[in-house]
Structure formats: C-alpha cells, structure tokens
Design a protein around this ligand. Structure first.
Ligand code: PMP
Length: 403
C-alpha cells in the first residue's frame, strides 16, 4: 500500500468512496478520522458551555477548549496561546482584523492588499475604505498572476498601516514571498496580515519565522470540522485593538452605563464559541504535526508537475498560474477555449472526479488573467498518481465530448 493510500484510508469519506477522485481540497479538505472522533468524544463526554459553569462537565469543557488553543499555538509556533483567537473561519478572522484593527486607523491611513486576494481579503477592506475614509492600495500581478513585488516601493508609503496578502493563491497555487512583504512593511512600521487559508493543509506554520502580525485560516481546509477558524495576532497588536463583536465572554465588567473589555483572546470571542469544532481542529492539527512533511511535499510537487505536464498536452487548454520556477502549492487552474468550467466539471463528475469550476471568489485576479471563470484541480496529502491520471483522461474526454 502506498503512503498516499494509507493516508487516504484515514479519511472516512474517502474510505467509503473508493472510486472518488477528490481534487477539490482547496475548497474544502476532507475531514480526518481523528478530528471526527474528537468531536464525537467531546460531545458525548464533555459537552457544556465554556467560561461559565462550575460543575465538572463545564470544567472539563474549559480544559478541552484551553487545550485546543494550545494545540493551535503549537501548530503556528505562536509565543503564547493567548495570541490565538477562535473564529468561525478565515473569512471571519479577516473581517475581525478589518473591523478591530480598522477601528484604530485614521482617515488618510492606507491599507495595501494584492490583486490576487480571495474576496474575503478584498471586500472587507473595500468596506473599511468606504466606512472609515482610509485609502486602499492594490499591488498588481504579473501575466501569470504572481504578485508584482517590484511595485512595492511605490505603493508602500509612510501612511501605509497594514499590508494584507494571501500566503498562497487559491487560483494559481503560487506562494507569496512573505519575507519581501514583511521587509517592505517594517520599513514604514506597518503591520502584516497573512491569509493562510490555502497554506495550512500543506503543513504546520511558523508565524514567528514568517515575521507577520496576523495570520488567518479555516479549520475545514486543514482536515478539521467546518465552523471553526483562527486569527492569530501578535500579543501587543491584539492588545491595542478594541473588540469587534460585543456580548458574553468578552467583557471585564458591565454596568448599566458602560462596559470594559477582557484581555485578548477573550476580548475577540463574544458569545459561545464553537467548542467541539475547536476540539476537532486541535485533533487534526495534532495529527498533522506528527506527519513527515518533507515526504508529503515531495509527493505533492511530483503530482502537481504530472498534472501540469499532462494538461499542457491537451489541445485548446490554457494553464493559469506561475512559471515552473515559482514555488507553488498543488493547485492547478485551467481554461479550455469555448467551454464553460461548469460544463467541464459536470463531465468530470460523471467520471468520478470532484473539481471546482467558477470564479473561485477571486474575480479581480481572474480578470487580470483574462478569464471570467476557470476549472481548478487541487491536490492534498491523500491524492496519488491514480487521481492525476484519472483527471487527465477525464479532461481529455470532456474536451472530446463538449467541442
Ligand atoms: N482565503 C483564501 C485564499 C481562500 O482560498 C479561502 C477559501 N476559499 C478563504 C480565504 C476563505 O475561507 P473560508 O470560506 O473558509 O472563510
């Protein structure tokens, strides 16, 4: 049994569907058995609200929730678990920064994003611009969708307060040169927000080595449940931010006249948090931290190259994304002249393949690449050569059927 097949067997949905070639992990990765088991165990043994009760179930729930926060901190190599805020997902984490850090900005301050952002790291900043009178600058991309870092010196000014960019594009798979972004930000004392949504399923991260100030991701893209995500923030930066949502759990004291705030992370976790989901996320991240990532990365890179080489041979197909020299995650997007990706993906579905077709919530990037929509094959640690071969055969069949 190959290593990928062994890993595949640990994912209940994949194990139950041996004929399925799941190539849509960039949208949602499959949930690992250990995360499902952890959720079920929590719900059957420790279900209670957190931070509120003094009975023993509530204490057990508190401990599980705190322990989940420590697992996330280890996965991100954060200095302290107090820098980890649980949210409902990456979108909520990015909006939290736009709201709470955004509240510290003055009219005329500037935020810089890139044209390659997912809508969830685009729209909140446009909303902040329209609400707060800040200026929104946009780093352009080159012909293959890679960030045009040469434009940084003109776009980073002494009014730039934040640079918010993706760590890895959900369309092209290109990894961002984070060090270049951080250096440009530090030169003007700006903060850096990294959207790690596409990075986390490719291994543990190191926010200290990355040198950023905020890091956002979703559990469902890291083999964990839905409805849970994380905003990591540098302690001093979090402490300088007001809360975004008000409610239970985020206060120090409330009187009829006014309220004062709890310290981070509680300040940013109003209401009952997604407790079992956090426990499930921790189980998935603990499992990931024990894997041999050098081997997995080598396999992902090999499969990605096989996919690129095979697709390139199909007449009328245009690959979108970086040159071979650029480091990329195993995400391959393509456009077939005259065919809508929805039709392509429907034909692929009949062949047992799950791919995503559409605008991938990245319309500005797709416009820069000269397309409205495209098809996307995204691979994860449970994919193997058979998935790539099936995809190449089915895309060729789709082209033959539909043209
Ligand atoms: N950023 C990127 C790069 C993404 O790919 C996604 C999900 N497609 C998100 C943010 C938003 O994640 P979620 O929908 O889980 O909040």
């Amino acid at each position: 049994m190959s290593e990928a097949s062994r890993l595949r067997a640990e994912f209940p949905l994949l194990a139950a569907n041996p004929g399925l070639h799941y190539l849509d992990s960039a949208a949602t990765a499959q949930i690992h058995r250990t995360a499902l088991d952890a959720v079920a165990h929590h719900e059957t043994h420790r279900r209670a609200n957190v931070l509120r009760g003094s009975h023993r179930l509530a204490e057990a729930a508190d401990q599980a929730f705190d322990s989940a926060r420590r697992s996330v901190a280890r996965f991100l190599n954060a200095r302290s678990a107090d820098e980890v805020i649980f949210t409902s997902g990456a979108t909520a984490a990015l909006n939290l920064v736009a709201q709470a850090f955004g509240a510290t900005l003055q009219p005329g301050d500037r935020v810089l994003i890139s044209l390659a952002e997912h809508h969830s790291n685009f729209v909140p900043w446009q909303m902040l611009r329209d609400r707060a009178g800040i200026a929104l600058d946009i780093l352009p991309v080159g012909v293959n969708g890679e960030l045009d870092l040469a434009a940084l010196p003109q776009l980073v000014t002494d009014r730039t307060r934040l640079i918010a960019v993706t760590q890895c594009s959900n369309v092209t798979g290109a990894w961002t040169d984070v060090a270049a972004i951080v250096a440009a930000a530090r030169a003007v004392d700006a903060r850096v927000l990294l959207d790690g949504a596409q990075a986390v399923q490719h291994g543990p991260q190191d926010v200290q080595a990355l040198g950023v100030d905020f890091y956002a991701f979703s559990g469902h893209k890291a083999f964990a449940p839905n409805g849970i995500g994380v905003l990591w923030g540098r302690a001093g930066v979090l402490a300088s931010m007001p809360p975004f949502l008000g409610g239970g759990g985020m206060i120090d004291e409330v009187t009829a006249e006014k309220s004062s705030w709890a310290e981070p992370p509680r300040r940013f976790e109003a209401g009952t948090p997604p407790i079992a989901q956090a426990v499930g996320l921790a189980a998935a991240l603990d499992w990931m931290m024990a894997l041999d990532w050098a081997t997995i990365h080598a396999r992902e890179a090999r499969l990605c190259q096989q996919m690129i080489d095979g697709l390139q041979r199909i007449p009328g197909l245009r690959l979108l994304g970086p040159e071979a020299s650029v480091r990329r995650a195993p995400i391959v997007s393509f456009d077939i002249a005259g065919l809508h990706p929805h039709d392509v993906c429907q034909v692929l579905d009949h062949h047992g393949l799950a791919l995503r077709g559409g605008h991938h919530c990245a319309q500005p990037l797709l416009a820069a690449l000269g397309v409205d929509t495209c098809s996307r094959a995204s691979l994860a640690l449970y994919n193997d050569e058979a998935d790539v071969a099936a995809c190449l055969d089915a895309v060729a069949a789709a082209v033959a059927t539909l043209t």
